[in-house]
Design a protein around this ligand. Structure first.
Ligand code: FE2
Length: 276
């Protein structure tokens, strides 16, 4: 192979971009072209392999819907979203990836309310803590948008057996920055592996399991929101997450809720929000 000719060809493709293109779009696509061309040169990609990769993308499109984003799932399997979080100026010890199961319409619930709709199938957990600013002052009216999978490992939007907003809730801190809610002890679950995510995992001989976790977005007026996940220290997958998202700072110990009639387990976690 004539490496010089290949490099000239890559330059030609990159230089085809018009100067009228949006600068950031241009930067992203030009860099993407250079890396993809380098990938082809490095691996000696064949036509059959290129057609096969494009076929996988077609399958990902066909299986995706408003409730399922197979592209984001595949990006997670390859560690892309975690890396984006790592380099983000909004990233930090309390942040984690959003994941594909967020829905913006969680029901607004009172302090101490429960995100469990209907009979609890699992261990009810009372979670509480404080939201503070960088100086340690409490933040009143901070919001916590919470969502989690059921004990069958499925989120409401994946599961016809659950009501539309089961295991989702939006809470607000009181004047002391205190928040509290009831949820289920989270359950480990496999990420959907019946699409190209599953093809990737199988090809790499990897398991699909995510350690048990609870999702949250914590925000307040004039502060940078934190997108996060909190994990159960006792989960067998805590050190072996299929999408590499666990941080030590997000791992919690679920303890017996002594003295509480409304919950079996107790967990506490405080949040620090930086100025926007
Ligand atoms: Fe999740």
């Amino acid at each position: 192979m004539d490496r010089l000719a290949a490099d000239r060809f890559t330059d030609m493709v990159v230089n085809a971009t018009s100067s009228k293109a949006d600068p950031r779009t241009r930067q992203l696509i030009e860099s993407g072209i250079r890396h993809l061309h380098a990938f082809i040169l490095e691996t000696g990609l064949t036509l059959d392999e290129l057609v096969s990769i494009c076929g996988l993308l077609v399958q990902a499109g066909k299986i995706s819907s408003d409730a399922r984003n197979e592209f984001l799932l595949s990006a997670n399997i390859l560690g892309l979203e975690v890396l984006v979080d790592m380099i983000s100026p909004n990233g930090g010890p309390q942040t984690a990836i959003l994941g594909p199961m967020y829905q913006p319409a969680a029901p607004r619930l009172p302090l101490g309310g429960s995100i469990i709709q209907g009979d609890a199938d699992g261990q009810v957990t009372y979670m509480e803590g404080y939201v503070r600013d960088a100086s340690g002052h409490p933040i009143a009216d901070a919001t916590l948008d919470v969502w989690q999978a059921g004990t069958d490992g499925l989120y409401d939007i994946q599961d016809p057996a659950q009501s539309g907003t089961n295991l989702r809730g939006l809470f607000t801190t009181d004047a002391n920055g205190h928040y509290a809610f009831k949820c289920l002890r989270p359950t480990a679950y496999p990420i959907p592996d019946d699409g190209i995510g599953g093809v990737l995992l199988q090809a790499l001989h990897r398991h699909p399991m995510r350690p048990a976790h609870l999702h949250l977005i914590v925000g307040a007026e004039g502060k940078r929101s934190i997108i996060s996940q909190l994990y159960d220290r006792d989960c067998p997958y805590i050190d072996n997450d299929s999408i590499f998202a666990v941080k030590d700072t997000l791992v919690l110990t679920f303890e017996p809720a002594t003295g509480r009639a409304d919950a079996e387990l107790y967990v506490r976690y405080d949040w620090t929000l930086q100025d926007a």
